[in-house]
Design a protein around this ligand. Sequence first.
Ligand code: NAI
Length: 407
Amino acid sequence: MAKTNANKRILLLEGIHPGAKTCLEAAGFTVETEKSGFEGDQLAARAKGFHAVGIRSKTKMTSAVLEKLPELEVIGCFCIGTDQVALDHANKVGVPVFNAPYSNTRSVAELVMAEMVALSRRLADRTMQMHKGVWQKTATGANEIRGKTLGIVGYGHIGTQVSVLAEAFGLQVIYYDIVKKLPIGNARPCESLHDLLGRSDFVTFHVPDTQLTRKMMGEAELRAMKKGAYLLNASRGLVVDIPALASALKARHIAGAALDVFPIEPASNDGRFTSEVQELENVILTPHIGGSTEEAQEAIGLEVSESFVRFLKSGATTGAVNFPRVDVAEPREYPRIVNIHHNVPGVLGAVNNIVSEHGANIVAQHLATDPVIGYLIMDLGLPDPAELKTVAGKIGALKTSIRTYVH
Ligand code: NAI
């Protein structure tokens, strides 16, 4: 049976930023919120009857939970990761999952800038000494960052932001990326990682976690860095070989490091953290807080809410992590039928036959598929709402259909 998009109910769990509720209510949806998350049967019971559920990293949207939520049309992860959702299952039952991968870009870039100054002025050691009553006023080993060379590995969202801020500080920026990237400002690309390492006073990593990036900064790469250079990693924990870095720091080949991510991180704030680089001089350690700011939380709240609004009002799946992508604006002149179906031959023909039986003109038709499902959006020159409902009902009743909506 086709559903209309009126009276959509949205549940936001885990204390999602209040900006999300404001945005969704302004779009006309009914929103309920919870400060905490739920698990298993309790989660299924609380989310029952909602069309959209917003979660953060703790709520596990397992296959078993999804089975119990037939009304659920869309899931929003108000965070970066989406591992907490059974993505394949959600795909199979026609539920797109959205997240907010880039809302905390600026927060990470600002932390990196702060750390470059802090490393260059040995602030971690100085403040530790002061807390212990030690007054050590000295200029030895303290430098401005102005005029130095920053090497950025991974020139994506965060890397380019760092590039802009670093130039404003007077640094010369070089970068290395496996993909050819347009330089921002006066930044210059490097031919290879080793080329960058040999020329940089600071090296900062902003790459994803892939087979290629794991331990991309090992013993040989550390040796390729200039003596007295600094290393920063706020990307992924497996990028830097930590024991090799500890040796390079002890040998004073590397003058300091700032690490925000680690190969093994405690699962919660109750866990203990241990690392080979603890207690070493001029090493700044932070608990994966690069993107953790109130501004980023607010931006995440808005980004995912806007994805909800777009999907629920138009069917657009732009940015969904588990779904065929169709970018469409809200329907204005003509009504719209959205059909999620099993990706088997003949679906489009069957759908179009139904439409032509009713003499309706197809004003626009968009189809995208993945190996499991097809996603079809159709705007129809069918002004009679009752007939539109009949057409949608017939399409929804096809054996291939998973879900059908009318907008
Ligand atoms: P992005 O996807 O926009 O950029 C990554 C860049 O790395 C791309 O340009 C890509 O071509 C490049 N790249 C991939 N493999 C490479 C390789 N082997 N060598 C050189 N370049 C390579 O990602 P974004 O948003 O800039 O994030 C970067 C990293 O920061 C990610 O790993 C992300 O998980 C992490 N991150 C960490 C946060 C924290 O709290 N510390 C918060 C947000 C993101």
